[in-house]
Ligand binder design. Structure first.
Ligand code: GDP
Length: 195
């Protein structure tokens, strides 16, 4: 890598969860620092790559992120992408109870097909819609704009399942890089411990 930045680890991440929870938007936010109010509907699997630094480890990590399609009909396609993944963002929409309920079956799917040591972070996306009491959250997904999933219940479920957890917003950028960083730290820790 003449003159370029080099990295210590390449970590494959998958982003999974229901359609319209904001998986593509999280990936675009991470890699491009932008937000599209009307992105193309996800019709397959998109890919993005980003270097992040984990300063306390003194390591640069190259994230290779695969955005899996959210619809049932694509499950058979996306399953092959679980292979070799070190990290998973399991995404739901804090304004959609249904997407949170369905996170259980996405997690089951991940557990069935991915490496058992995979680090999974539960991401409650669209936090911008509920942090603004006036409800002027901008373009949403067509759901109501009030919170349907409390932070506490998501935290409890994440703990039960051994998942990391964060609420985030692809729109504002809040906690998006942090989600990937937290998961990456956990993965590096597992590598150090030889897990
Ligand atoms: P995907 O199907 O899970 O990949 O979801 P998309 O990324 O295509 O997003 C679905 C819709 O939700 C789009 O209209 C996005 O602009 C919107 N959206 C995604 N993330 C956020 C967010 O954090 N806040 C708000 N307000 N809207 C979001």
């Amino acid at each position: 890598m003449a003159g370029g930045i080099t990295w210590h680890y390449v970590l494959k991440f998958i982003i999974t969860g229901d359609a319209a929870v904001g998986k593509s938007s999280l990936l675009i936010r991470l890699t491009d620092q932008r937000f599209l109010a009307n992105p193309d509907p996800t019709l397959g699997v998109e890919f993005g790559s980003k270097l992040i630094e984990i300063p306390e480890e003194g390591k640069i990590v190259k994230l290779q992120c695969w955005d899996t399609a959210g619809t049932e009909s694509f499950r058979s396609i996306t399953r092959s992408y679980y292979r070799g993944a070190a990290g998973c963002l399991l995404v739901y929409d804090v304004t959609s109870r249904n997407s949170f309920t369905n996170a259980r079956s996405w997690l089951a799917d991940v557990r069935e097909h991915a490496d058992p040591h995979l680090t999974c972070i539960l991401v409650g996306n669209k936090a911008d819609l509920v942090s603004d009491p006036a409800g002027e959250g901008g373009t949403g997904s067509g759901h109501g704009r009030h919170r349907e999933v409390t932070t506490e219940e998501a935290e409890i479920w994440a703990k039960e399942e051994g998942l990391l957890f964060v609420e985030a917003s692809a729109k504002s950028g809040q906690n998006v890089q942090l989600a990937f960083e937290q998961a990456s730290r956990d993965i590096l820790d597992k590598i150090k411990r030889g897990v």
